[in-house]
Ligand binder design. Structure first.
Ligand SMILES: NC(=O)c1ccc[n+]([C@@H]2O[C@H](COP(=O)([O-])OP(=O)(O)OC[C@H]3O[C@@H](n4cnc5c(N)ncnc54)[C@H](O)[C@@H]3O)[C@@H](O)[C@H]2O)c1
Length: 256
């Protein structure tokens, strides 16, 4: 995958990781299509990158269809689709259904609907590149945030399925799974986010650099935090031991 001259769509690109990726891709010579629910933020990043702003909701069928259609109308092709917009929903089963629904719609169905819209174009052209911004929470778990952990696991499951199913037809899928990244999302994640993630958090620009490099090597998992690969392996090797460690962390959070 060569970024120079690629047409790249990024959802949730008005701020944070999506904005940093858009800037990095544009610096590599890509043409970016900048989506965000926040229209002003989308326009700002589009202006900075010489890209096209397509404000709208990246979770719903209508918004995703409009985004893909507009990108194709303007540029004739989409080389990379970054399903990046996400919502960090805390709490457990007590959280109202609306919170679970919102996390499911954006963190999972946004990716499913993006694939639904862009796959026919890629199958006709003989290929394309789907980058799913998941999270380390999709490989491990995020303490205190069941809707986030569960939907990020589902997003990873979908990305894996997509990769296995369409690789032979030229579609490359990669899943970006960072831990803490210094964005508004982390800033708003409360005490658990602060205590668990802030110390090792990286800047969104670092994540964007890793992604730009990783788009060239096509490995499925993009892991800006090296520890995540080790923890994921440990969880698979000995789930009980891994959970015992996580319970200790939860205990510290609960009791200081
Ligand atoms: N920040 C972290 O620590 C971290 C860690 C791992 C994964 N992630 C993931 O990275 C992605 C980006 O998060 P971020 O930290 O950059 O967040 P952010 O809050 O800085 O930016 C998210 C952007 O998405 C936009 N957005 C929200 N809902 C939208 C929708 N329905 N349609 C279009 N745009 C929408 C927001 O307006 C905002 O501009 C998310 O999927 C998140 O789960 C973040």
């Amino acid at each position: 995958m060569r970024l120079a001259e690629a047409v790249v769509v990024v959802t949730g690109a008005g701020n944070g990781i999506g904005a940093a990726m858009s800037r990095r891709f544009a610096a590599e010579g890509a043409t970016v299509v900048v989506n965000d629910l926040d229209a002003d933020a989308a326009r700002r990043v589009a202006a900075d990158t010489g890209g096209l702003a397509v404000p709208g909701d990246a979770s719903g069928e209508a918004g995703v269809r409009e985004l893909v259609r507009t990108a194709l109308d303007h540029h004739g092709r989409i080389d990379v689709f970054c399903a990046n917009a996400g919502v960090a929903s805390g709490g457990g089963p007590e959280v109202p259904d609306e919170v679970w629904d919102r996390a499911w719609e954006l963190n999972v169905m946004g990716h499913v609907r993006a694939a639904r819209e862009v796959l026919p174009h890629w199958l006709e052209r003989g290929g394309g590149h789907f980058l799913a911004t998941v999270s380390a929470a999709g490989l491990l778990t995020m303490l205190g945030a069941a809707p986030y952990s569960v939907t990020k696991h589902a997003a990873l499951g979908f990305a894996e399925w997509l990769s296995v199913t369409y690789a032979d037809r030229g579609v490359t899928v990669q899943a970006l799974c960072p831990q803490g990244v210094r964005t508004d999302m982390l800033g708003n994640s409360g005490e658990a986010g602060e205590r668990l993630l802030a110390a090792d958090a990286v800047e969104p620009e670092q994540v964007a650099d890793e992604v730009a490099a990783a788009l060239g090597d096509d490995h499925f998992l993009i892991l800006p935090h090296a520890d995540v690969a080790r923890m994921y392996a440990r969880r698979a090797e000995d789930p009980d031991r891994w959970q015992a460690g996580m319970r200790k962390l939860q205990h510290h959070l609960d009791h200081g």
